[in-house]
Design a protein around this ligand. Sequence first.
Ligand code: SAH
Length: 482
Amino acid sequence: MRYFPLFVDLRDRLVVIVGGGPVAERKFELIATSGARLRLVAPTLTARLAAARDAGRLQHLARGFAPADLDGSRLAVAATDEPAVNRAVASAAEARGILVNVVDDLESSAAILPAIVDRSPVVVAISTQGSSPALARRLRTQVEAVVDGSLGRIASFASAWRERIKAAIGDLAERRRFYDWLVDGPAGDLVRKGRLPAAARLVATALERRSAAGAASEEPRGGSVTLVGAGPGDPGLVTLAGLRALQAADVILYDRLVSAEVLALARREAQLIEVGKSGGGHSVAQARIHELLSEHAHAGRRVVRLKGGDPMIFGRGGEELEHLQLAGIPFAVVPGVTAALACAAYAGIPLTHREHSGSVRFVTAHCRESVDATDWSTLAAGRETLAVYMGLATLPLLCRELVRHGRSPATPVAFVENGSRPEQRVLLATLASIESLVARHALRSPALLIVGEVAALAEPLHWFGAPPLTDADRVAGARSAA
Ligand code: SAH
């Protein structure tokens, strides 16, 4: 290790940057986060640096570099595009015992600036010892993704308890275990949810129990359930919060609709349990799913309930939350990209459009009863876009009812099968003709129906996967009409 990592307090200390171009500007913005007093030596400044000077954020010496400019500084940065000047800065710094970083010149650099992930008070600094700044930046992006913003909050919370924990738990190993519990257990969960008083009560109770029961007592492990939206299939559509939940899970109960690529994001040690079929089918009854959720949570595990799309849209997420609430199991919800949004986006269909549709409605029609219970006159009225989930089985009924209640048979519709996945297919037809097209191409679940003028845009705005399969008759008809 040539460069030893070290965290330096620069608050109110002088830092000198020589140079006034874009590189100096980047260094300035980075170092300014430390609260240092910044002096820039350069004949001219970029517009942003000049603005920073005018705002009083830096002292500007508008001339060439002189060694005495470094006097009294803690750190110097040479960021000009003249190697000779940079070297002069380096030797002046060396002579004064000041750490110096020379941009793009490792040989002259006594110090290098790392890539930083700031979750204050937690700070992660990444360095490749100057060998590959690009790699360091990539690594930083990855760390940014897995270290969530709540880490800093948890560190602050823990530090507020430090003295009391130290007083209550003498043994170092025991104390470490307690901190592990504090960060990973139910108290940490509460801090992440922004419920600080509840978290504080948990820690206080745990410490009291310890002082009553002696050092050997165990903290409650506190299982929990997180409902996570897996999105429509493309793993890129899982949110960062969803990824973190998958990475922290002990057990994952997932629906068949969840793609293998999304499951691959799970923590390797997590136990995977398939509990649901796609569409309306049930390989595991809902009551059994509730039981499984309770069992695993009560055993102190972190349970992720992973559902296709968004867990709160046609996914029985509400019922599961009600069950958890009654069972007294802590829960959280991570939304997902629901099929309507994903299918529309990946088929080039804007769900609303200033000229075609001012609103969109998510509906389902998975069985005869749900079709009968639907208020078709409302759905057929106006130019609203309809996104129909689970509509494959009842398609003929659905189209017939919409037309019967006044929607034109020529209304464009798109059926998106396997939306966002590599095998996505889009059928484009009208209310009158979609049924035969679906039969001709043997469309299968999961598929989402989009009804409304906007659906026709799937043709010109197509960008993903195979172009839409259209109804040849309709296209020919439209041509002869034109
Ligand atoms: N909670 C889910 C919906 C569950 S209902 C969500 O928010 O998306 C299941 C229905 O969703 C399927 O029958 C289908 O209509 C739709 N669906 C889910 N994923 C889909 C996909 N990748 N492509 C097309 N339709 C999909």
